[in-house]
Design a protein around this ligand. Structure first.
Ligand SMILES: Cc1cc2nc3c(=O)[nH]c(=O)nc-3n(C[C@H](O)[C@H](O)[C@H](O)COP(=O)(O)OP(=O)(O)OC[C@H]3O[C@@H](n4cnc5c(N)ncnc54)[C@H](O)[C@@H]3O)c2cc1C
Length: 412
């Protein structure tokens, strides 16, 4: 008789591999199915490769602009092919680590597409796997727009752009969510002529409005052109006709208007986690769902941090000012340029904005170097309901960006 597994998991991305590793640590027998590469979108086509290229862009930018610091770099030039090689090596190294962790944990890995037969059976490679419980974590795929379908040559998605071996001279990015903004930052640093088109009223419309406005200023400084409240009406002979009346001719288009879940119809009795749920499509949310499912550790879905990488980083958690319209709240805003550390680092762009109600922080919005780390500090306070008064008792080291949080507390 075929073996019975305690848990069958379809999809080896952050949701699937996290569930698998935690289930094994609980002593469950686990079979994990992955049709492509372990690590999913995050490791192979998302978070890790883009942040690796972004790091290269930041180094390039620093080297080009360090004369005032007393450092002269001669012949600072870009080898994009080498950057892509470095990105591939980085993802490979991490993937090998993950493969080893899966193997060492004693998880049965089946490198094949898997199909749900029912809530207790999975079929792969002509075999049927019996499982007491099944988790489906099959992820999401890039969404396109009618009339702007991906052709993978001219109209690219976030997978295609990672496969480019040569930089285009110009690009139009449709959509200014995290993916659009990060690529705008990468490509403009690499001297590509970048234009962003956003249908909403502001760039990065998921953020607090003040943060969006600040980012628009940063875009202008970086010579990233952008249109808000604008859509692409049609494309003809590589010319884009915008709803604003403008006509733009570009070498490539990156369509970054979100991702859609891979599963159309969910099967009763099967647990669905990660991007496929169509809730918050972030790797850390997928990981948190997986841990919660296996270990029963609860988490607050309203306290999921968001980070947009680049220089400076953008991070937020909780309510935005526009969410508090008509409610009583206090607000503090402070400029990053007020912090000594920002001048030491030659990176004084940004703000820390805190929103509070009844002496508790309900939202935090940051543009700053290290914003991704700063937001975690505030999140710990929010999650634990620590009052603003109590937070003032904490000693923050000097010189740090954290001092900005300390200062902001007194402005609330
Ligand atoms: C360009 C980009 C940048 C991103 N940056 C960030 C970031 O900085 N921070 C962040 O938190 N998130 C980021 N994300 C989002 C993040 O990648 C996803 O939220 C995360 O990968 C979701 O994990 P998942 O396990 O649900 O799905 P996935 O990572 O999509 O994994 C699903 C896996 O299931 C496999 N699979 C699907 N169907 C089957 C089947 N039938 N049989 C076997 N295997 C199957 C797939 O091959 C895939 O490996 C980014 C995404 C993109 C595209």
């Amino acid at each position: 008789m075929a073996e019975m597994y305690d848990l069958g998991i379809i999809g080896g991305g952050p949701a699937g591999y996290t569930a698998a590793l935690h289930a094994r640590s609980e002593g469950l027998s686990v079979v994990l199915f992955e049709k492509e590469k372990l690590g999913g979108v995050c490791l192979n086509r998302g978070c890790i490769p883009t942040k690796t290229i972004l790091h290269c862009a930041e180094v390039y930018n620093e080297l080009k602009n360090c004369t005032d610091l007393g450092i002269d770099v001669e012949n600072c030039s870009l080898n994009f092919e080498k950057i892509i090689e470095h990105k591939e090596k980085t993802t490979e190294k991490l993937r090998r680590g993950l493969e080893l962790a899966i193997k060492n944990a004693g998880i049965t890995l089946v490198n094949s597409e898997a199909f749900l037969l029912n809530d207790k059976q999975i079929e792969a490679e002509d075999s049927v796997y019996n499982c007491k419980k099944i988790i489906s974590a099959v992820g999401s795929e890039p969404r396109d727009i009618k009339g702007l379908e991906f052709d993978h040559e001219f109209i690219l998605n976030s997978d295609d752009i990672l496969n480019l071996r040569e930089l285009p001279k110009s690009i139009l990015i449709i959509g200014s969510g995290a993916i659009g903004v990060e690529w705008a930052r990468i490509l403009s640093t690499f001297d590509v002529d970048v234009t962003v088109v956003e249908a909403a009223n502001n760039i990065l419309p998921v953020a607090d409005v003040e943060i969006s406005k600040r980012l628009e200023r940063i875009f202008k400084q970086k010579k990233i052109k952008f249109y808000t409240s604008t859509t692409v009406k049609k494309i003809q002979d590589k010319v884009l006709y915008l709803s604003s009346g403008d006509e733009i001719s570009v070498e490539k288009i990156l369509l970054a208007v979100g991702r859609k879940p891979c599963t159309d119809k969910k099967l009763g009795g099967v647990t669905y986690i990660g991007d496929d749920c169509g809730e918050i499509q972030l790797a850390h949310y997928a990981i948190k769902q997986a841990v919660s499912e296996i270990k029963g550790i609860k988490f607050d879905r309203n306290l999921i941090p968001a980070v947009v990488y680049g220089c400076p980083e953008i991070a937020w958690v909780g309510k935005r000012e526009q969410d508090l319209d008509g409610e009583d709240y206090k607000k503090s805003t402070m400029l990053i340029s007020a912090l000594g550390k920002s001048h030491c680092d030659n990176c004084s762009e940004g703000i820390i904005k805190l929103l509070s109600q009844n002496d508790k922080i309900v939202g935090a919005h940051i543009i700053s170097k290290e914003a991704s780390a700063l937001i975690q500090q505030i999140l710990i306070a929010m999650q634990n309901n620590i009052s603003v008064e109590k937070l003032k008792e904490i000693c923050f080291a000097h010189p740090t960006y954290s001092e900005g949080i300390f200062e902001s507390l007194f402005k609330l």
